[in-house]
Design a binder for this molecule. Structure first.
Ligand SMILES: [Fe+2]
Ligand SMILES: [Fe+2]
Length: 153
């Protein structure tokens, strides 16, 4: 376990790397969804593959955060962060289910242009929530470790 009187560079760089990976996966779904043209089978395959990759990564990422690590360590360092950390962890189930709904709806009607419009709209809303979630985690780590992470500015 890290000493509580200094920042642990291993934990910090792990958080940064994880959140960068997530950000890139979010971007790749947005790019796939934004590509123009009719909802061909190829396009459907690309978009759903990128959504499933994001979903798998997100599930593992959330599970890791819930097991302990940087959020728990931040509370150990600064106990007043406890309520913020509980609120952040409490967002995980609904974030996963938001993404599941986007995937389910698109899989249910993959050739319907209306389903694509809805997927774009709903994924955008999910991205906004997800980005805010990660930003609040970065803020907790920043407060807990008293370091400027320079992320998600
Ligand atoms: Fe999280
Ligand atoms: Fe996270």
């Amino acid at each position: 376990m890290a000493s509580i009187d200094r920042a642990d560079p291993v934990i910090l760089s792990h958080v940064l790397a994880e959140h960068r990976d997530l950000f890139h996966l979010l971007l790749s779904v947005r790019t796939a969804l934004a590509a123009g043209g009719p909802p061909t089978v190829e396009r459907q395959t690309d978009v759903l593959a990128s959504m499933h990759a994001l979903r798998d990564h997100l599930r593992d990422h959330f599970a890791q955060e819930e097991l302990g690590g940087f959020l728990e360590e931040s509370v150990t360092r600064i106990p007043r962060l406890s309520a913020a950390v509980q609120a952040i962890l409490g967002q995980h189930p609904s974030l996963l289910s938001d993404l599941d709904h986007v995937i389910d709806h698109l899989e249910a009607a993959p050739t319907d242009p209306g389903a694509w419009e809805r997927a774009q709209h709903d994924f955008e809303a999910f991205s906004v929530r997800m980005t805010a979630h990660e930003r609040s985690e970065n803020a907790v780590v920043q407060a807990g470790y008293n370091e400027d992470l320079g992320l998600m500015e």
